[in-house]
Design a protein around this ligand. Sequence first.
Ligand code: MN
Length: 197
Amino acid sequence: MFKLPDLSYDYDALGKYISKDIMVLHHTKHHQGYVDKLNAALEGQSELQGKTLEELLVSYEQLPETVKAAVRNQGGGHYNHSLFWQWMSPNGGGEPSGQLAADIIEKYGSFQAFVDEFSAKALGVFGSGWVWLQPDLSIATTSNQDTPILLGQPEPLLGLDVWEHAYYLDYKNKRDDYVKAWWNVVNWDFVESRSAR
Ligand code: MN
């Protein structure tokens, strides 16, 4: 059975940028919902229940048709959100350092140019989806809860949830304000730890 992971900070810890109301709703209702629906879909399938979430997502094409949609949508949602909480921190914001910073500047010209391009991609997602920083430092988007590893791509370094449920309570329809605020909580230490693997 998959479980909702705890946050490593309090629900109100990002409050200046992402309110406690959003964090509680997003974690205890939306993320919990993905976990519950994934578990329900795998009920009675002991072979699939023995697999890790990553194994299920990576082997998506080979899964029985009866569970494919649940793994893609609910499993993807569980995977994406489990990372998303870690990609944010009350001590976040600023810029990356070390090799990652150097590589971003080499590819984009400046850190701000990278932020601008990532933000533009976030605003360009039609409907619900995610924006990703890939290990080769390209920026990709997916729809719904599609996650890069389900699509045969490597594990992303960083991802941003641009579903309305991630910002509507605070920012209403203004996704651009949400994206602007989100940069203030990005946990670059975690991003750097993923890029160094
Ligand atoms: Mn979400």
